[in-house]
Write a protein that binds this ligand. Structure first.
Ligand code: ATP
Length: 299
């Protein structure tokens, strides 16, 4: 039986003049799962997120959010969603708690429940001790956590996170991952766009890799790796001329390769398959799949 879907897109198209930002996209996000949209700059991730909040209206296709049809029923859908935008739009003149209170009003949380809702969001985002700090006194990581907390205040069934850790340093990114992971283990459905491969690999049950407005692969991260990159990768280092030779040799042996600046990665060299070139073997990962399918360098 098909699982109940929090998001269902069929043949969604969004054009901006001559640019087709989303080009016939199908996407299923089952209730209770975390799906990651992964893609290089300009792949159409943000446009897809905007279609789901009806900030953009699709030119073609069907979009359903929590069983409601967009754009017609977008108000009802949005009331049950938590959204964090890519750009921080917190009110910097207010405190942490005041920012949450504004949203508690906007989401029409009954007066008697507001305090508990705000406490819960503060706890989730580990901002209890900072409740009275003005936003302009917070670090970048705290502001991001507050953006997420603000999206959670009305206990949404579905959370849309657009590039939740963009521009943050690695330690702060990990704090955010812990927060998203906690949400996920509570059973909240999450759709997250990202161009950090590790983020998608760690958090998402299902990843959709996008390129030029289309889905180029969809599946569990480990399945995508097995299917496209095999189990093992051989990393060969050397001067450019040597790398070109290795590339040609691997190609004629029917193996796929990708350039990584100073090395050649030869994919799918699983087990002892007789491929005799000196190099370092390592497990294949989602980055191999990403570069193979999108041909793009990544952040
Ligand atoms: P990024 O990681 O850079 O945010 P993205 O995958 O989110 O990229 P989108 O922002 O959805 O990609 O953009 C997809 C394409 O649509 C790009 O070519 C972009 O220039 C174009 N585009 C997006 N929004 C608009 C707009 N409002 N007007 C014109 N073109 C747009």
């Amino acid at each position: 039986m098909e699982r109940e879907l929090a998001i269902r897109l069929r043949g969604a198209v969004k054009r901006y003049g001559p640019i087709t930002a989303v080009d016939g996209l199908d996407l299923d996000v089952p209730i209770g799962t975390c799906v990651g949209l992964l893609g290089p700059n300009g792949a159409g991730k943000s446009t897809t997120m905007r279609l789901l909040t009806a900030q953009s209206i699709a030119d073609e296709g069907e979009i359903e959010v929590l069983g409601l049809r967009l754009p017609g029923e977008s108000k009802m859908a949005r009331a049950q969603c938590g959204v964090t935008p890519q750009l921080d739009n917190l009110d910097t003149t207010l405190t942490v708690q005041q920012n949450l209170l504004v949203f508690a009003h906007l989401y029409r949380i009954p007066r008697g429940e507001r305090r508990a809702a705000i406490e819960r969001a503060l706890e989730m985002a580990k901002l209890v001790d900072r409740r009275d700090s003005r936003v302009d006194k917070l670090s970048g990581g705290m502001r991001r956590r507050l953006l997420i907390a603000r999206a959670l205040v009305h206990r949404p069934r579905l959370v849309l996170l657009d590039e939740p850790t963009v521009g943050l340093d690695p330690q702060v990114r990990q704090e955010l991952w812990a927060l998203i992971d906690a949400l996920r283990s509570e059973g909240t459905t999450i759709l997250m766009s990202t161009h950090y491969i590790e983020e998608a690999q760690r958090l998402a049950d299902t990843v959709m890799i996008m390129s030029h407005g289309k889905a180029v692969a969809t599946g569990a991260p480990s399945e995508l790796v097995r299917e496209h990159a095999g189990r093992q990768v051989l990393e060969v280092y050397g001067p450019p001329a040597r790398l070109a030779e290795v590339e040609a040799e691997a190609g004629s042996a029917g193996l796929r390769t990708r350039r990584t600046g100073t090395s050649i990665s030869i994919l799918g060299v699983d087990g002892a398959n007789g491929y005799e070139i000196d190099g370092e073997r390592r497990p294949a990962n989602l980055e191999d799949v990403f570069v193979l399918l999108t041909g793009e360098e990544i952040a």
